[in-house]
Design a protein around this ligand. Structure first.
Ligand SMILES: Nc1ncnc2c1ncn2[C@@H]1O[C@H](COP(=O)(O)OP(=O)(O)OP(=O)(O)O)[C@@H](O)[C@H]1O
Ligand SMILES: [Mg+2]
Length: 473
């Protein structure tokens, strides 16, 4: 069995790992680190919580200690919180080196960031949008000598989801040297392999964990079938149950929209659960602060959108609840991967309505495991149903009286301006499209109605014909 020393790490780095309880390399570390230390590009695909971060942080620190200069390494990642976490890991493991790192993410002051960048930190951890903004607005960032370009959650950075990073990546790729090492990591790399290979051009070393099952064995994956209207009552019931039975457990609840995130947080607080939220409509300082409060156990329940689905490493999380069934199996894999990390046990419970069953089938097919039903005493849930639904409605009304929707509109407009679009023109275009859609729907409705009428007439005629032929003469 390999040790970190036998993989090529210096004693100071081995000692540093030991202090953090990292004594034996995990398979992704054992397999990818030698290739990275040899100077090869690398693509690593391993399950959630399997130590992919250290698999790239350790070799970078090893190389940096041999020839320290800035900017030596750039790490890109899709969310600000994940960038913060990776920078922290570099800082902790690289402390004996006097490592200087720099966090370049949106929602924070750009001037301060530019100043930090000009001091040539060893490692820059960034979200693509903000780093590309810095590159566009200044030609003084010296990335010409970087040795490592790392894409953590690489598949997300390349796919065109609600946040599209591809343009920003192009800007970044245009200023980094062609002669570099490119490292790509994720728990779900496989469906973006071709695009990834065009970034890691240098015959990358590819490693993937062999198992068919895409989720970890220590995760108990459950579902509850529920009508939409009873979902929240199940949620309150589950949280109450976990709080009663395990008061040291932390829970993450994933939901699909910022607004629902906010409503659920308000609602659970009405039931006196220590709840805090994380979504993209919050100010960045608040996002970091909320996550810190959840990590330090001040709050035991975090309600989040998919901004928290990837990469976050919070060992106290024992339960993940999917308030909505994720539309993509990939998102499911990352969400439930927030628990049962590094060999620990965990539970995930997905609330499934009758309209989501096909999504569960797709998830099961992709992860090669069946979810099991989570047993619940239905009568206990029905007992609290009215109270929960009334509380939810009250919270919705309270939220409507704030300017939540208005803020959302302003944020949308800001985003459009940043993307170089004209918000007024886009608004008009949207209205036109909606009008066309409505008219199409009306037209379709008319045709369907006419066809129904015709069908009814033919049926009637046939029936009458039959009756006549059956009437005895
Ligand atoms: N060799 C090791 N031995 C024990 N613990 C480790 C080892 N390597 C990493 N860890 C710990 O395992 C946890 C999960 O690691 P990490 O966050 O890197 O997972 P990941 O593979 O990146 O997961 P995800 O796909 O969710 O991003 C961290 O707390 C980390 O400190
Ligand atoms: Mg990770």
């Amino acid at each position: 069995m390999s040790t970190f020393s036998s993989l090529g790490l210096s004693d100071w780095l081995v000692e540093q790992c030991k202090q953090l309880g990292i004594t034996r390399p995990t398979p992704v570390q054992e397999n990818c680190m030698p290739a990275i230390l040899e100077g090869r590009d690398c693509m690593g695909c391993a399950k959630t919580g399997s130590g992919k971060t250290a698999a790239f942080v350790l070799p970078v620190l090893q190389r940096l200690s041999e020839d320290p200069y800035g900017i030596f390494c750039v790490v890109l990642t899709p969310t600000r919180e994940l960038a913060f976490q990776i920078a922290e890991q570099f800082r902790v493991l690289g402390k004996p080196l006097g490592l200087r790192d720099c966090l370049i993410v949106g929602g924070m002051d750009m001037v301060t960031q530019a100043l930090e960048l000009s001091k040539k930190p060893h490692v820059v951890v960034a979200t693509p949008g903000r780093l590309a903004d810095h590159i566009r607005s200044s030609d003084t960032i010296d990335m010409k000598r970087i040795q490592f370009l790392i894409l953590d959650e690489a598949d997300r950075l390349l796919e065109q989801g609600c946040t599209d990073f591809t343009k920003d990546l192009e800007v970044i790729l245009s200023v980094v040297p062609a002669k570099r090492q490119t490292l790509l990591f994720s728990a779900t790399l496989t469906d973006t392999l071709q695009e990834l290979k065009s970034i890691a051009m240098n015959k990358p070393f590819f490693w993937e964990n062999k198992s068919e099952v895409r989720t970890v064995d220590e995760l108990d994956q459950r579902y509850i079938l529920t009508p939409e209207k009873v979902k929240d009552a199940y949620l309150v019931h589950l949280i109450q149950k976990f709080q009663d039975e395990h008061d040291d457990w932390s829970i993450i609840i994933f939901t699909s929209t910022c607004k629902n995130c906010q409503v659920l947080t308000m609602m659970l607080r009405e039931f006196n659960f220590p709840t805090i939220s994380l979504h993209s409509m919050m100010k960045q300082r608040q996002r970091f602060a909320n996550l810190a409060k959840f990590k330090s156990n001040v709050f035991k329940i975090l309600i989040a959108t998919d901004v928290a689905a990837r990469g976050l490493d919070i060992p106290t999380v024992q339960v993940v609840i999917n308030h909505n069934t994720p539309g993509l199996p990939k998102i499911y894999i990352h969400r439930v991967g927030r628990t049962a990390r590094a060999g620990r046990h965990g539970v995930s419970i997905t609330l499934v309505t009758q309209y989501d069953i096909h999504l569960v089938n797709a998830i099961e097919e992709q992860i090669q495991t069946k979810l099991k039903e989570y047993p619940v005493e239905e009568k206990d849930v029905l007992k609290i149903l009215t109270q929960v639904n009334v509380t939810r409605r009250e919270c919705e009304i309270k939220l409507e009286s704030t300017d939540f929707d208005e803020k959302k509109e302003i944020n949308k407009k800001k985003q459009m301006i940043l993307e170089g679009k004209d918000p007024e023109f886009e608004e008009k275009r949207k209205k036109e499209l909606e009008k066309i859609k409505r008219e199409k729907k009306k037209f379709k409705g008319k045709i369907q109605e006419a066809m129904k009428k015709k069908k009814r007439k033919t049926m009637k005629r046939r029936l009458e014909g039959k009756k006549q032929s059956q009437t005895p003469t």
